[in-house]
Design a protein around this ligand. Structure first.
Ligand code: S5P
Length: 258
């Protein structure tokens, strides 16, 4: 069966942000998200500026930046507009609705003010999504639920994944999709984003497991590959990003033509 193009899938989304992201993938011809796991503001901004033209999404862990100031957020937002990518704060919220609402809105990082996308565990139940949605909907933000992690020994079994999908279905205008290793639904509106991507596969010393872009997109039916160290630890991150971009895009075209 032929797979719909990203721009055809944009028309099926209840979330305006999901539609925007699907359209961006086809317009920019990249399904590569960069996991910019660096620890200084200067490194983060340099990566965003240099690799920005290659990516659809820049994923941050803003709380690992040792010299964080709010100016960083203004500068990141400017670069996102300049290079046309979305910002994804990989916060992995995991508390009750009332608490996550505060964590999303306030504190030092004010995530809801600048991150187009954030993510949450479904483990606490639907209140976590409700809490985030109360704030996020008003700001045209989107949420990814963690359905299946890349790390060895995770506890997310088939029942957990299916329950996560059911939870997402309650909030189709705010949940845009999943962090997952496989497409978990045939519904075209969901965006499947897959971390744990490396061109040569393998693992790290702390249980991270890698699959290739081809396996994630073509075999597992995912939509966006998320790569960190495969790119940022390379001698030439720009060249490496271009290799991942080409591999991810080729796998998408192949899947569409099947
Ligand atoms: O299951 C997951 C979910 C996430 S969001 N596995 C992951 O590795 N991640 C994140 O993706 C992780 O927090 C890190 O920021 C990135 C993977 O980095 P890499 O250097 O291993 O590519």
């Amino acid at each position: 069966m032929k797979r719909l193009s990203y721009s055809d899938r944009a028309k099926t989304c209840a979330s305006p942000l999901a539609a925007q992201l699907f359209q961006l993938l086809d317009d920019k011809k990249t399904n590569l998200a960069l996991s910019a796991d660096v620890t200084s503001a200067a490194e983060l901004l340099a990566l965003a500026d240099k690799l920005g033209p290659e990516i659809c999404v820049l994923k941050t862990h803003i709380d690992i930046i040792h010299d964080f100031t709010p100016t960083l957020l203004t500068e990141l937002t400017t670069l996102a507009l300049k290079h046309q990518f979305l910002l994804f704060e990989d916060r992995k919220f995991a508390d009750i609705g009332n608490t996550v609402k505060h964590q999303y809105e306030g504190g030092a990082y004010r995530i809801a003010d600048w991150a187009n996308i954030t993510n949450a565990h479904s483990l606490p139940g639907p209140g976590i999504v409700q809490g985030l949605a109360e704030l996020g909907r008003k700001k045209n933000r989107g949420l990814l639920l963690l359905a299946e992690m890349s790390s060895a020994g995770h506890l997310m079994n088939t029942d957990y994944i299916q329950a996560t999908l059911k939870m997402a279905e309650q909030f189709p205008d705010f949940v845009i999709g999943f962090i997952t290793q496989h497409a978990i639904s045939s519904e075209p509106k969901w965006i499947n984003m897959t971390p744990g991507i490396n061109l040569s596969g393998g693992s790290d010393t702390l249980s991270q497991q890698y699959i290739t872009p081809e396996k994630a997109i073509f075999e597992n039916g995912s939509d966006i590959i998320i790569t960190g160290r495969g790119i940022i630890a390379a001698d030439n991150p720009l060249l490496e990003a271009q290799l991942y971009r080409t591999a991810g895009w080729r796998a998408y075209l192949k899947h569409c033509q099947e």
